[in-house]
Design a protein around this ligand. Structure first.
Ligand SMILES: Cc1cc2nc3c(=O)[nH]c(=O)nc-3n(C[C@H](O)[C@H](O)[C@H](O)COP(=O)(O)OP(=O)(O)OC[C@H]3O[C@@H](n4cnc5c(N)ncnc54)[C@H](O)[C@@H]3O)c2cc1C
Length: 378
């Protein structure tokens, strides 16, 4: 939870602090608490709530993607946790009852950090129906970003009940979350240390009807489930921008800017990143249009899948170009590039990249022709 002091801060100052502090929280078990305090002071923790500047009803997805990219550029772990918060609030907007929305939006406006914990291993979470609107959780989630700091996680669970079947979202209240067991040893990653993506065991926690979010399987409803990939892609592209920034700085400091090979590599990184920016801009616009048109759900998903795939390639290529430009000296701590490279390498690993690529091809081949593939009707 954040402090209750009502200080305000400009988003630019918050981002500056996050950039400057990123190296200080680059250790196992760390969490960027001071960074989230700054984001709260800059009013960015509530900016997507209804009636706020980036509310989903205002169709401002491109601006939201720019914000996610800017936070990712400042720090990929902060960007990861922030994206989870935004995602959870969107799920609540889509699926919660009016009463639940009142409570949880109020919580978000008053200091609480949300997240979405869906990933699990063999010992995944099951939701036992105890009758009379009471339920007991059993099992674990892996990669729970912000565990121990997120105090309103949306978690998913498989129903064990005579009445219900499927994949159920729940929003866990803080007082019951305290009984969960966090396995911090799970998270000894190459990068993204400060995302605190621990394993959490929820066995024995009891919840009620008030804490169930939406009907079973709502979590996987499209276009919201796969379409959300453009948000993590935006954070990742921020990482690529940080790689370019660090490379640029090192080359200038070492006075290696006259060399044609260095110029060629920087040129390639720059146009790749700008391509990523154009993809994000288009993806945001098309998302806002097609999300309102159920007949265009498949088109929206194919476009989101392309955006995510292109941006992964952009990031991978930029890291390779940066390595060749700066050489081994540039990949040693405390160079920012050493950390950003590890963070981006880790954060690029997102679910089902192969299936994503295949789905794009499937969509295109299922069209009668390739004319007007991404046409937006007026
Ligand atoms: C820093 C970080 C933070 C995260 N935070 C969260 C969080 O807060 N909440 C959350 O829910 N999740 C979180 N995750 C998990 C994330 O959403 C993905 O689930 C996870 O990163 C998938 O990674 P993977 O590469 O191991 O996936 P895998 O699915 O194992 O993919 C690895 C490779 O195997 C391929 N593959 C996948 N399935 C099959 C198959 N059946 N047969 C053959 N090949 C296959 C893939 O295409 C890919 O090439 C986080 C991950 C990271 C890295």
């Amino acid at each position: 939870m954040f402090s209750t002091a009502q200080q305000t801060l400009s988003p630019a100052k918050a981002l500056h602090f996050i950039t400057q502090n990123a190296a200080q929280v680059d250790y196992d078990g760390a969490f960027p608490t001071a960074e989230f305090e700054r984001l709260r002071q800059a009013k960015l923790m509530s900016i997507t709530l209804p009636h706020q500047p980036l509310a989903s009803s205002k169709a401002q997805t491109s601006r939201l993607l720019q914000l996610l990219k800017a936070i990712g550029k400042a720090s990929l772990p902060v960007g990861r946790v922030y994206e989870g918060h935004v995602n959870a609030l969107l799920l609540i907007e889509l699926y919660a009852t009016t009463q639940q929305q009142q409570q949880w939006f109020n919580d978000a406006a008053n200091q609480h950090l949300f997240g979405v914990w869906n990933t699990q291993a063999q010992d995944g979470v099951r939701l036992h129906d105890l009758g009379n609107g009471r339920y007991r959780l059993e099992g674990c989630k892996t990669f729970c970003s912000g565990a121990g700091h997120v105090n309103r996680p949306v978690i998913t669970a498989d129903w064990v009940s005579p009445q219900h079947k499927g994949w159920q979202m729940c929003v866990l209240p803080l007082e019951r979350l305290a009984q969960a067991t966090i396995d911090r040893d799970f998270w000894k990653p190459l990068g993204m240390r400060a995302s605190a993506s621990f394993k959490v065991d929820f066995t024995g926690l009891e919840i009620t009807d008030d804490e169930l979010l939406g009907p079973p399987d709502a979590y996987y409803r499209q276009p919201y489930f796969s379409g959300g990939a453009i948000r993590f892609a935006a954070v990742q592209l921020g990482g690529a921008e940080a790689v370019l920034e660090a490379t640029h700085q090192i080359l200038r400091e070492t006075k290696r800017i006259e060399d044609p090979f260095q110029r060629a590599r920087v040129a390639e990184m720059t146009y790749l990143i700008e391509s990523g920016n154009l993809w994000l801009k288009q993806a945001g616009k098309k998302n806002d249009k097609w999300a309102q048109q159920p007949q265009n759900t498949d088109k929206l998903l194919a476009y989101a899948n392309m955006t995510r795939t292109v941006i992964e390639d952009v990031c991978l290529r930029c890291m390779q170009l940066a390595e060749r430009s700066v050489g081994s000296r540039g990949l040693i701590r405390p160079q920012a590039l050493e950390r950003v490279h590890r963070d981006l390498t880790t954060y690029l690993r997102q679910p089902a990249p192969d299936a994503t690529l295949i789905a794009i091809g499937e969509y295109v081949l299922n069209q009668e022709t390739t004319q007007k593939l991404w046409h937006v009707a007026k």
